[in-house]
Write a protein that binds this ligand. Structure first.
Ligand SMILES: NC(=O)c1ccc[n+]([C@@H]2O[C@H](COP(=O)([O-])OP(=O)(O)OC[C@H]3O[C@@H](n4cnc5c(N)ncnc54)[C@H](OP(=O)(O)O)[C@@H]3O)[C@@H](O)[C@H]2O)c1
Length: 277
């Protein structure tokens, strides 16, 4: 394999943002190790130019070790890690089973640590980059999406610590914060919505869930827009610390600086609106 090219690992590359990112990077100067779990997804990724599929379930230490061995054996080094794999668990926090919370964090947070810890020595050797797929839910915690928001807030903290450590070693760390992106993630929420829950918040939760799924499907922006931000984070001499990928960037910037009480009132107003839908 060509040692002069820059190799990047993208986790969760089977669909959505991960798939779009693998394709975009491969078409724009990078060689890509694309992580996926299912044989059919690995086969599909393997048919893409400049993409090498890697079996990689981020919840499995054995997968991470095997992937690391494969990359090490190939002798390509690794310039970048794109920690993209993620799932959504949701519901009123008083209804959320502990197992859901554990799975949410095991994929979205511990999964990032498993992959980053294993591959970081290669990235340090390349003075490369780490990119974290956070979310608007990583700085704005919405009701009914508590498990997901908590996991993405954790991703932001992890990434900030890592960036400040890696600064010393010449590795840059960027956080991507997409808003609503049109990917299969939304329809995966139907299963959660169909669940019976018992708290007094159940009727509101159903409406908020329906509103989110429909909005994501109808108003989500194409995943390639996120891929472009990832490319900038990997290719630019001066990558940003944070990339918001959304139509309503100003609104998000405001949410970050407004007093908590004001944000609470805005959220309460929105909940009342959704309740009447
Ligand atoms: N779509 C949005 O609006 C949006 C907004 C902000 C942030 N994000 C974030 O963007 C990332 C990608 O989401 P997406 O919208 O593209 O959703 P998606 O199409 O559902 O893709 C999720 C990806 O993660 C993979 N994955 C799930 N569990 C995994 C595990 N244990 N090990 C390895 N891979 C695993 C999935 O693989 P399988 O196919 O094998 O399940 C799939 O490749 C996530 O971190 C998500 O939180 C999405």
């Amino acid at each position: 394999m060509d040692r002069q090219t820059r190799w990047v690992l993208v986790t969760g590359a089977s669909t959505g943002i991960g798939r779009a990112t693998a394709e975009y990077l491969a078409a724009n100067g990078f060689d890509v190790y694309a992580g996926a779990r299912k044989p059919e997804d690995l086969a599909a990724l393997g048919s893409l130019h400049r993409v090498v599929p890697l079996r990689l379930d981020v919840q499995r230490d054995s997968d991470v070790q095997a992937a690391l061995e494969e990359v090490s054996k190939a002798g390509t080094g690794l310039f970048g890690i794109v920690n993209n794999a993620g799932i959504v668990k949701a519901g009123p926090l008083m209804d959320v089973p502990v197992e859901d919370m554990i799975e949410q964090f095991d994929v979205n947070v511990i999964g990032i640590h498993r992959v980053t810890r294993a591959f970081l020595p290669l990235v340090v050797a390349a003075k490369g980059r780490v990119v974290m797929m956070s979310s608007d839910s990583g700085f704005f915690a919405t009701p009914i999406f508590g498990p997901y928001c908590a996991s993405k807030f954790a991703v932001e903290g992890y990434a900030d610590s890592l960036r400040r450590e890696m600064n010393v070693l010449g590795v840059k760390v960027a956080i991507i914060e997409p808003g609503r992106i049109a990917t299969p993630i939304w329809n995966k929420g139907e299963a959660l919505l169909a669940r019976e829950i018992s708290s007094p918040l159940a009727p509101l939760a159903k409406k908020v869930g329906r509103h989110a799924i429909d909005g994501g499907n109808k108003k989500g922006i194409p995943p390639v827009e996120v891929a472009k931000a990832v490319h900038h984070a990997l290719a630019s001499d001066r990558p940003k610390e944070r990339y918001i990928v959304a139509d309503n960037k100003m609104e998000y910037k405001l949410l970050r600086v407004l007093p908590t009480r004001t944000v609470d009132s805005l959220v309460a107003k929105e909940m009342r609106k959704i309740e009447k839908e």
